[in-house]
Unconditional design. Structure first.
Length: 149
């Protein structure tokens, strides 16, 4: 069942454009979050990238029917932003803070199902290479507290 992304402004057409914009921002910010989880220990391993790609294809593509401007499933924005963050060696704490700000501004988009999927994905990434280390446990703890808020 697709996850409804809510838009509440003006006409149906404007609602759709607003919904698409916010939906794309959701996926972009999830890319930042999952990058922050993978980079919590200051390095990203191939197994973590593989686990993220697997979760996107297995679970995130089923969340909704939103597409980007090229006709690809919008969930692939998670992967694109993650890859961009890797290529630009982004700071993991700054990436997490950007996700936190987006979450606080858009809490209504995060259903119980989406929160569980976020936590499952984050845990799978951190478990994929030699189990969870202290830095990843701290980041996961922050995420759990944020999503409970």
């Amino acid at each position: 069942m697709p996850f409804p992304i809510f838009g509440t402004i003006g006409s149906r057409n404007l609602k759709m454009k607003n919904t698409e914009k916010v939906g794309m921002e959701l996926y972009e910010n999830l890319g930042k979050l999952f990058y922050a989880i993978a980079k919590a220990d200051s390095r990203i391993h191939g197994k973590e990238i593989g686990k993220l790609r697997n979760f996107i294809r297995k679970y995130w593509l089923e969340v909704d029917e939103l597409e980007d401007e090229f006709g690809s499933d919008a969930a692939f924005q998670i992967e694109s932003v993650f890859d961009w963050a890797v290529d630009n060696d982004m700071d993991s704490d700054a990436s997490f803070q950007e996700f936190r700000e987006f979450y606080k501004d858009n809490r209504g988009m995060f259903s119980a199902f989406i929160k569980v999927l976020i936590l499952d994905t984050a845990n799978a990434i951190s478990n994929s290479f030699a189990g969870k280390n202290k830095a990843e446990l701290v980041m996961l703890g922050k995420l759990e507290l944020l999503l409970k808020d």
